[in-house]
Design a protein. Structure first.
Length: 97
């Protein structure tokens, strides 16, 4: 999905994400993971690549400002990468979103 505001397809390419990543000397992916953690979400990134696993585990080694968290939140596209409600085996499991 391409952002209408910036024409950017991938969140890791968003200028706001790149700017914050540069400020903290982190990768854009680490910033996105940190953003989820700072909002109290549980994240379960999947990788079999050791260096990416290490990178993921280091995503909580910095703290963004409230303003930075708000700037990232403003990138909302009303889209989900994985929506459990659309999965055929989802059944009657409650969703708290």
């Amino acid at each position: 999905m391409i952002s209408l505001e910036t024409g950017v397809q991938n969140l890791t390419d968003e200028p706001v994400i790149k700017e914050i990543a540069s400020k903290y000397n982190k990768t854009p992916s680490q910033v996105i993971l940190n953003w989820h953690l700072s909002r109290g979400y549980v994240i379960i990134p999947k990788t079999s690549n050791f260096s990416r696993l290490k990178e993921n585990l280091e995503s909580d080694t910095f703290e963004m400002t409230i303003e930075e968290v708000k700037r990232i939140s403003a990138l909302n596209r009303n889209a989900r990468v994985c929506d459990a409600k659309t999965m055929p085996h989802f059944g009657n499991t409650p969703v708290f979103a």
